[in-house]
Design a protein around this ligand. Structure first.
Ligand SMILES: NC(=O)c1ccc[n+]([C@@H]2O[C@H](COP(=O)([O-])OP(=O)(O)OC[C@H]3O[C@@H](n4cnc5c(N)ncnc54)[C@H](OP(=O)(O)O)[C@@H]3O)[C@@H](O)[C@H]2O)c1
Length: 244
């Protein structure tokens, strides 16, 4: 099978797990604009359908839950070849490590790691040499937030998973995106009315003095897909936050 082109995503099959909102939706949009055949997967059918309708007819939408292997398997069943995958599914988890529900939150950590491995097991056999996975790490690896300990462990784990699999499953490529604070609907749900003030206080502390947009993070994810020599990389889009 021909090795993938370095620069073009045209006619490539790209799957975005968690593609109906936020960073994943921005990846789907950019990939679609680049001429790729895009499949987006998420749990909420209505939001998924609306996202696909906005993106256009070449975008395929499949309901699927990243946390449930059988569900992800069913969502991918129609695809015989997959060139690139971005796993965006996930959220930040907050709980004091000694709180009653801490073990439950740790389940979320495990799901991000186990889910990523399950996705690799399902997809790698359908991927040509040079195809790539982009996992989601994050700023929490370098700058842990006290109650988001589980998220820090999870992002660090998938970043390391990318490094490890880039050797184990070569010539398939494995990278991770590590977003800093990014303005997405995830924060509407987590911060509610506090969102604007929290964002302002974060922005004034970081070198670029602003939060990233989902589109900026998506650009970096597409770069990881496009450049055939990048593997085992963790690409930070954090406005320099990890340096301060
Ligand atoms: N925004 C930030 O500041 C930031 C920073 C660092 C890292 N991250 C990470 O970046 C990723 C994307 O974040 P975001 O801010 O774009 O989130 P978002 O706006 O909440 O979007 C998440 C997307 O993933 C889907 N999803 C969530 N759980 C899923 C599951 N189990 N199975 C399938 N789809 C699922 C959601 O749809 P459904 O709910 O319908 O399934 C939605 O389409 C997350 O892993 C997040 O932890 C975000």
């Amino acid at each position: 099978m021909k090795t993938l082109s370095t620069h073009s995503l045209r006619d490539q099959s790209i799957v975005v797990i968690g593609g109906s909102d936020g960073i994943g939706l921005a990846v789907a949009e950019l990939a679609h604009q680049a001429g790729a055949n895009v499949t987006i997967i998420a749990r909420n059918a209505e939001r998924l359908k609306a996202a696909a309708a906005n993106l256009g007819p070449k975008v395929d939408a499949r309901v699927g839950d990243f946390d449930v292997e059988a569900s992800l398997k069913a969502a991918l069943a129609h695809l015989t070849r997959i060139d690139h995958v971005h796993i965006a599914a996930g959220s930040a988890e907050f709980a004091h490590p000694l709180a009653d529900n801490a073990a439950e939150k740790f389940g979320g950590v495990a799901r991000r790691v186990v889910g990523s491995m399950q996705a690799v097991q399902l997809i790698a056999p359908r991927m040509p040499p040079g195809g790539s996975f982009v996992f989601t790490g994050g700023i929490s690896t370098d700058r842990p937030v006290s109650t988001a300990w589980g998220t820090s462990v999870a992002t660090a784990a998938v970043e390391q998973l990318a490094r490890t699999l880039s050797i184990t499953l070569a010539p398939l490529r494995f990278n991770a995106i590590a977003p800093g604070w990014t303005d997405t609907p995830m924060w509407d749900a987590l911060l509610g009315a506090e969102k604007a003030s929290v964002f302002a206080s974060v922005a004034e502390k970081i070198p670029v003095r602003r939060l990233a947009t989902a589109a900026e993070v998506a650009e970096a994810i597409l770069l990881l897909m496009r450049v055939s020599s990048i593997t085992g990389e963790v690409l930070h889009v954090d406005g320099g936050q990890r340096l301060i």
